[in-house]
Design a protein. Structure first.
Length: 243
């Protein structure tokens, strides 16, 4: 009934729920930014990743009927989905910018778009590579081991809570230093940490990005993508035998 309206409603409903639970009830720090805008900004980067990952992680299974009848490059479906998801990303970006202007005009808070916004094509490209790389791995593994299809939702939930979407990276670093000093390197294992913080740096001008985090994030993204692509290409030659 609502059709394309869900492109607007989905991030808004998620942000309202997140703001009530994490911003109002839990009182999580948002680095001086209105929590609604803080969480909506994090959702902007996360949603594109999660949608592309979910679509590419079932490429081989969903297109088995077509793949079994005619040959064409198996990378076309996941790449096309990755590109088409940019439309939903654009709609959600407009929603975010609308609320950005609203909070900016209120004059209560101090934040601004920074020149780092010029890096947004690179950030989107990195997000696409990371989501497709993980999707390729999941799709190839699920062909031979169907149980992986059941845990993909858990993997996404785990990644979401390990990524600074509902909290700033500065809070995570302070907790690590407080409880397990010397283990700050753990944040470098999550490439999404840099991506989400870059969105806040670009649109809000407030972010915590350690010096090595961009390099480790990009390096892990390239590694995951190339590994996933290699395994995907190997499995797609014979995966019909497992169906």
């Amino acid at each position: 009934m609502l059709g394309p309206t869900w492109l607007f409603l989905q991030p808004l409903l998620a942000t309202v729920v997140g703001t009530i639970i994490f911003g109002v009830v839990a009182g999580i720090n948002s680095d001086g930014v209105p929590y609604f805008l803080f969480y909506l900004c994090g959702q902007l980067g996360w949603n594109y990743f999660s949608h592309t990952f979910s679509s590419s992680s079932s490429t081989l299974q969903q297109n088995a009927g077509i793949f079994g009848k005619v040959y064409f490059p198996r990378l076309i479906p996941p790449v096309s989905v990755c590109i088409s998801n940019l439309f939903a990303y654009g709609v959600q970006a407009l929603v975010f910018l609308g609320f950005w202007v609203y909070f900016k005009q209120s004059g209560t808070y101090t934040f601004q778009i920074t020149p780092w916004l010029l890096c947004i094509p690179l950030v989107i490209f990195q997000t696409a590579l990371l989501s497709m790389g993980l999707g390729f791995l999941m799709s190839a593994l699920t062909v031979k081991y169907r149980d992986f299809g059941q845990i993909s939702g858990f993997i996404m939930q785990f990644m979401m809570y390990c990524t600074p979407i509902i909290f700033p990276l500065s809070l995570l670093l302070s907790k690590i230093r407080e409880h397990i000093p010397g283990w700050e390197w753990l944040i470098h294992l999550n490439p999404l940490a840099f991506i989400i913080e870059m969105y806040r740096l670009m649109f809000l001008g407030k972010a915590t990005i350690p010096a090595l985090l961009p390099w480790t994030s990009v390096g892990l993204t390239v590694f995951v993508f190339l590994t996933g692509l290699m395994i995907f290409n190997k499995i797609q030659r014979t995966y019909i035998d497992y169906l």
